[in-house]
Design a protein around this ligand. Structure first.
Ligand code: ADP
Ligand code: MG
Length: 259
């Protein structure tokens, strides 16, 4: 079987900074992969390269065996690559439901014209999109909050809304940049649960995270970055026993978690 995602010998410099330095890793279909590492180790840059926000200086990224070289970000979204952001990007005055509906738009078949004229096809598709959006809100734990303004939600729920919006694009590969940031421990348990439910939908999940309970519980595979390089990869047990990882990162991450 082809890997869902294959990153090979990727390089990205910003001026003199080697943000990504010969990074290689792959993620199998249906796998949950965590990317961890100290601040500035290139985690967000790797997501920016996979989604096409940035082009690499060299190296390649393949989705299901096909190179994404030169494929613009909107086309990557159509191919099923979707992400959430480290810093929330919501439109605060829009309703919760409208956010998820906006996510569905990238899959819309009806043209802008037919939407404007409210043709039967557009109305049917719109009804299906509303139903699917409500299903996704239920999945992430926001049932009954469809008509609230996004701004009125507590922080943890706004993060869940971002995930619902990402799921609305029907991704095959979902990339989450620090989904547990700012979440309470109760919200973290819900998030772990949600990641497993997303996996059960057949979606491959790659997430960046500092909160070790999420990483160690949810990830099948953990990729550890340091200075833009992959210094280790393996399952939770292997990573927790890796002295290089403990020195570079885990020692301090665990201390933070305990505090
Ligand atoms: P992480 O997400 O692991 O904290 P980043 O991928 O955001 O790290 O950053 C990796 C390195 O690249 C850092 O040194 C950061 O300052 C630098 N960097 C990231 N994005 C840019 C950019 N757009 N311009 C210049 N430097 C950047
Ligand atoms: Mg980051």
């Amino acid at each position: 079987m082809q890997p869902m995602l294959e990153v090979s010998n990727l390089h990205k410099n910003f001026g003199g900074v080697k943000a990504i330095d010969d990074l290689s890793f792959s993620v199998e279909p249906g796998e949950i992969c965590a990317i961890i590492g100290p601040n500035g180790s290139g985690k967000t840059t790797s997501i920016n390269l996979i989604t096409g926000v940035l082009e690499p200086d060299s190296g390649d990224i393949k989705l299901k065996g096909t190179s994404l070289k030169g494929v613009p970000r909107h086309k990557r979204a159509r191919l099923g690559i979707t992400r959430t952001f480290q810093n929330l990007r919501l439109f605060n005055t829009l309703s919760v439901l409208d956010h998820v509906m906006a996510g569905r738009f990238c899959r819309s078949d009806a043209s802008f014209m037919s939407y404007s004229l409210l043709t039967k096809a557009a109305r049917t598709e719109n009804a299906a999109n509303v139903a699917r959006s409500i299903e996704l809100l239920e999945l992430v734990g926001l049932k009954g909050k469809e008509h609230l303004a996004a701004a009125s939600l507590p922080y943890g729920q706004r993060r869940q809304l971002e995930i619902a919006r990402a799921l609305a694009t029907d991704p095959c590969l979902l990339l989450l940049d620090e989904p547990a940031a700012g979440m309470s421990s109760g919200e973290i348990n819900d998030l772990i649960d949600l990641i497993f439910r997303i996996q059960a939908m057949g979606i491959t999940v790659v997430f960046i995270e500092h909160r070790m309970p999420v990483v160690m519980t949810a990830a099948d595979k953990i990729v550890v970055l340091n200075y833009g390089r992959n210094i280790a990869q393996g399952n939770a047990e292997e990573i927790q026993a890796n002295t290089q990882v403990i020195e570079a990162y885990l020692g301090s991450a665990y201390k933070r978690e305990l505090n």
